[in-house]
Design a protein around this ligand. Sequence first.
Ligand code: ADP
Ligand code: ADP
Length: 229
Amino acid sequence: MHILETQHLCHTYKGNIDALRNISFVAPRNIRIAIIGPNGAGKSTLFKHFNGVLKPTSGKILVRGEQITKENIREVRKTIGLVFQNPDDQIFSPTVEQDVAFGPMNIGLDEESVRHRVNEALKIVGLEEYRTRVPHHLSGGEKKRVAIAGIIAMEPQVLVLDEPTAGLDPQGIREITRFIRNFSDTYGMTVIFSTHSLSLAAELADYIYVMNRGEFVAEGTVSEIFSKP
Ligand code: ADP
Ligand code: ADP
């Protein structure tokens, strides 16, 4: 059974925009997958289906073999950690550590476990020194890492990152790139990220899906994709 799978997934927004057309996708364990495509291709829409933010117009999402329901949505969101493109959509607390603690507290972990999760997550993203900082005042790359820490503190089995390097300076891009590589190597995690950067996909991904106008138009390993004429 796959940890995450979509079958013939279609999504039509109001106004008849077919954002997803027949997307069938499987995420094996312990792999880095890039979804590349231009703006408007449907990448964010697809990611919002992975953890039940959107409901399919038709087709299925399966998380550990089960469709998403009201009953299992909390479990699904623990399993599939989604980091939005804009960290400001995800960061609400007055300090970095409170922000990262929010999810673990919300699922009712005791204080000691919350502290442990926060420490680990901040270590993983390299923000241990930032606990008492105000997220709002951090750089784009640092904010991004706070948002990521908040998600990995939930110990998801799949980490989904929507345009993780969008809007970052070269230093921020290097930090996020290093984080993604270390994180999946260290924890054997499945990481799925979207990007319109071919170089980021080539550098990080084991497997690439090319998306355009709501469809997968090509897929393969980095060498397969980049050797196509
Ligand atoms: P990407 O992440 O690849 O840039 P999106 O998933 O954001 O693509 O968008 C796919 C298509 O769906 C685009 O045509 C976009 O304009 C449209 N779209 C996205 N969100 C909405 C929405 N809330 N309502 C209507 N159309 C939307
Ligand atoms: P431990 O027995 O200390 O939990 P592990 O090797 O399972 O040893 O994990 C080491 C630390 O990394 C743990 O404290 C755990 O909180 C954290 N950790 C493990 N897996 C993940 C994950 N997928 N995401 C975030 N943190 C994780």
